[in-house]
Design a binder for this molecule. Structure first.
Ligand SMILES: N[C@@H](CCC(=O)N[C@@H](CS)C(=O)NCC(=O)O)C(=O)O
Length: 208
């Protein structure tokens, strides 16, 4: 059976949601962050050398990167849905967004988290980090535009992957000035599969 190693308040919620959308049978192995440091526990290191979540296991397949795990799940368990075929004209946009979300858009959010812990010492970096977050949110807002989902009128793996960004930003009130992203997040959070995933995934609170 598919096994998802899930860390509370983390990106692995994306995978639980994906599993609920595709309707697969799966088992969750829960790992709990250290309450002092917020870091993953040693139990995740026993599953993968990076010691981070998500880690997806499916028979002899182990994947420790969320975009790859989501893409694997939709292509394996929901063929023809949630991801364009490799030779479809939409594939390049899909692939670009799947990489962009973790490779570029997440970076200033993570920097913000780490530099925020420096207090006053981190202040010189704050304007640059803030402008980078604004750059990426602006790009994402324009990419979504008035569409219902990132790839158009049908939900796709891009949505399962991207929503975490908006949850993280929204936790600090950062979507208040971006109505299409705020409405998008609400749409995603209202999906029955999303709600089931929150129920099964357990406590989920971003932003401290
Ligand atoms: N790019 C990776 C990031 C994985 C990652 O950093 N996961 C975080 C959870 S949001 C984690 O495990 N943090 C705990 C730690 O670093 O100890 C992905 O998308 O899967």
């Amino acid at each position: 059976m598919i096994k998802i190693h899930h860390l509370n308040n983390s990106r692995s919620q994306r995978i639980v949601w994906t599993l609920e959308e595709i309707g697969a049978d799966y088992e969750i192995v829960h790992h709990t962050r250290d309450t002092e440091t917020g870091l993953a526990p040693e139990s995740l290191l026993k599953v993968h050398p990076l010691g981070k979540a998500p880690v997806l296991e499916d028979n002899d397949v182990t994947i420790a990167e969320s975009a790859a795990a989501i893409d694997y799940l939709v292509r394996t368990y929901a063929p023809g849905k949630f991801a364009p075929d490799y030779d479809s004209p939409n594939y390049l946009k899909y692939n670009e967004l799947m990489h962009y979300i973790e490779g570029s858009a997440m970076l200033p959010l993570i920097l913000n988290l780490y530099v925020g812990r420096l207090g006053e010492a981190g202040a010189p970096l704050a304007p640059r980090i803030t402008s980078e977050i604004g750059l990426h949110l602006g790009y994402l807002a324009r990419t979504l535009g008035e569409q219902e989902f990132f790839m158009g009128s049908e939900i796709s793996a891009v949505d399962f992957h991207a929503t975490f960004i908006f949850e993280a930003v929204n936790a600090g009130g950062g979507l208040a000035q971006i109505p299409n992203l705020a409405a998008y997040l609400e749409r995603m959070e209202n999906r029955p599969a999303y709600k089931r995933a929150i129920k099964r995934g357990g406590a989920y609170k971003l932003g401290g």
